[in-house]
Design a binder for this molecule. Structure first.
Ligand code: NAD
Length: 367
């Protein structure tokens, strides 16, 4: 028997896809390979009960393929719940391209990727994510209609990041109200980790409301630029987690709330844009709850971007985009109250609400 001859590490590799924890009942996982352009991509389609699986394409220099697979599975699953809780008729999907976006992203590679997206016949619709720009989506659009996040000049809703930032700001304010009894940010100490497309606009909203914003990034040029533009303070220490702060806004990459950081975190509220902030959803969600730290679930408050690109499919305009994004404030408060009433974590409360919507639709579809 195979289990007699393989050690646990090798056993893990026996079930590389269906057996992965992050697989979590994905409907389909597509591996895309093209020797000529060097394309190596994975498309994850988690669930299409509510509609086609929509989610961005991330290009990242992963250390290995396991890391890329795990990332795409976690991200596409998150998209299912994000669209469900936001009330959109979309399923969850995501794609990753393995490689350095700065040096390996060529028009030929993106076009080949677009052909793979097209081959799925609309079951998966792509958009931009880390390592992608609106111009890349415009290029993909030349090959397939199954893309959103294209430029306004080409009939799209444009860059989703400012709307994502506005939604995060709404969720952050709601969580602040829940924790401190007021959503006024005047004088609140906020750390924004990652001041890229979303983080920078979040800094803008926060400083406009009088928050004392400290910024953290690995890109020194960005730090200087954003500090100068908005009067934010650059963090110069070597461990931001243990700094005294009211609010921590993770806007870089995921899993920053993990075994190493969770007992150091001084913030009373965590609300940011990054996907999959909790390294282990149940365990770290529970510890935050025990510590009295209010965690605004990432997939709920970073839904502005998907609201923006959904407008391209449904044909609604900017006013409706803003209205739907501002509603993140109310949904966040509902979730925080639900968690308290049901004695569960805020992440569990958000998941439950999303899953209920999917189950209800599943029953309706069967009728
Ligand atoms: P981005 O690439 O523009 O910005 C990320 C920033 O984080 C960069 O400035 C980078 O230098 C910095 N960074 C990377 N590693 C870091 C580290 N270890 N410490 C500190 N800073 C670090 O990405 P973005 O579009 O602003 O997205 C940020 C996060 O929000 C991502 O997790 C993304 O998946 C998520 N998100 C984005 C959108 C959107 O509309 N762009 C929507 C939903 C979720």
């Amino acid at each position: 028997m195979i289990s007699d001859v393989l050690n646990p590490q090798e056993l893990k590799k026996v079930d590389p896809v269906f057996g992965q924890l992050s697989f979590d009942n994905h409907e389909q996982v597509v591996f895309c390979n093209d020797k000529d352009t060097g394309l190596k991509a994975i498309i994850g389609i988690h669930n299409t009960t509510l509609g086609p699986a929509l989610g961005g394409t991330r290009m990242w220099n992963y250390n290995n393929e396991w890391e890329a697979l795990n990332d795409v599975l976690r991200l596409s699953r998150g998209m299912t719940f994000k669209s469900a809780i936001t009330g959109l008729n979309l399923g969850g999907g995501k794609a990753v391209i393995i490689g350095d976006a700065k040096t390996q992203k060529t028009p030929e590679l993106m076009t080949r990727f677009a052909e793979f997206v097209h081959s799925l016949g609309g079951k998966y619709i792509t958009a931009e994510d880390v390592g992608m720009e609106t111009a890349d989506m415009d290029l993909v659009r030349e090959t397939t209609p199954y893309v959103t996040g294209i430029s306004e000049a080409k009939g799209g809703a444009g860059n989703p990041s400012p709307i994502t930032a506005y939604g995060v700001f709404m969720g952050l304010k709601a969580a602040t109200k829940y924790q401190f009894g007021t959503d006024q940010l005047e004088g609140k100490k906020v750390f924004v980790q990652g001041i890229g497309h979303v983080g920078e606009t979040l800094v803008k909203h926060l400083t406009e409301e009088g928050a004392q914003v400290t910024i953290v990034d690995i890109n020194q040029d960005r730090l200087l630029e954003v500090a100068k533009t908005y009067g934010a303070t650059i963090y110069t220490g070597d461990n931001m987690y243990q700094e005294a702060m009211d609010i921590y806004a993770p806007c870089a990459l995921g899993a920053t709330i993990n075994d190493a950081t969770i007992n150091q975190i001084q913030a009373k509220v965590i609300a940011g844009a990054a996907n999959n902030q909790l390294a282990e959803e149940q365990k770290h969600g529970r510890i935050l709850r025990e510590k009295g730290i209010v965690y605004a679930p990432d997939f709920l408050i970073n839904a502005g971007g998907i609201i923006n690109v959904y407008a391209e499919l449904e044909g609604y305009g900017k006013d409706e985009i803003i209205r739907k994004t501002e509603n993140i404030y109310n949904t966040t408060l509902d979730i925080l109250n639900k968690a308290e009433n049901e004695d569960i974590t805020t992440h569990q409360a958000a998941l439950k609400m999303a899953q209920d919507r999917i189950e209800t639709r599943k029953k309706e579809n069967k009728k």
